[in-house]
Design a protein around this ligand. Sequence first.
Ligand code: DGL
Length: 270
Amino acid sequence: MLITSNLQPIGIFDSGLGGLSVVNAMTALLPGEDIVYFGDTGRVPYGTRSRQTIEQYTAQDIAFLQSKNVKLIIAACGTVSSVAFHVGEACGLPFIGVVKPTAQEAILATKNKKIGVIGTAATIASESYTKEIAVLDPSVTVYGQPCQLFVQMVEEGFIDADDPIALAVSKRYLQPLIDQEVDTLILGCTHFPLLTDVIRKVMGDGVTLIDSGRAAAKAAAKLLGDQNLLSDKSTGTQTYFVSDRTEAFSDVAGRFLGREIPTVTRVVLE
Ligand code: DGL
């Protein structure tokens, strides 16, 4: 489990498709990096589960990526980053979650000091964003709103802005944040950037959306640079693993990334 070469891949994991928002940002920022992605599609969602279960799944996801000889692990999952960050920190490799980088970006964006956070039930219950933002800028008020159904909508591919289901569910979830007049909204679950179009339609153009996937990717790129771990290749590869049906993953992933995903391999985690 040592870092012996800058050419080792970056490991990225999530409960399902959401971490692709990190892959997307990562390939744009650092096209020369090889990426190994694991989506735990057989056990999605994580956001409704107990702390113990999320910790156990996180340890297994990380062990799988370590078996692929990665040099850095990104928890591309707001739930894992909120509830089981300590599991990743203990893994012995550089480890990045989404909460801190996303909170930092949101604080820079807000003008009226009212930030909304949407995430899974577990993320909002953990108050991870509220606590992080309170440390960084106590004058900011944070309004949390769990939006658990968004996860299933993404996994089902209901991601178009004119999809009536996506629109109705978004209005129901987001109205309380519109009422609070937040000027910045953290997409605190990495599945949610796949719903950016419909969320923007409901929130209006005056609200800045903060993509937790992109914020984490930027933090990872900085860490690799600071630790002299950047690949010197010009083009990297992406390898995808999931824990259940590969076809469903390929379909939505292809639509989101705007390119075919050549091979997705199913693995069974012990
Ligand atoms: N993408 C995940 C997150 O960022 C997990 C969603 C879930 O599995 O409930 O929280």
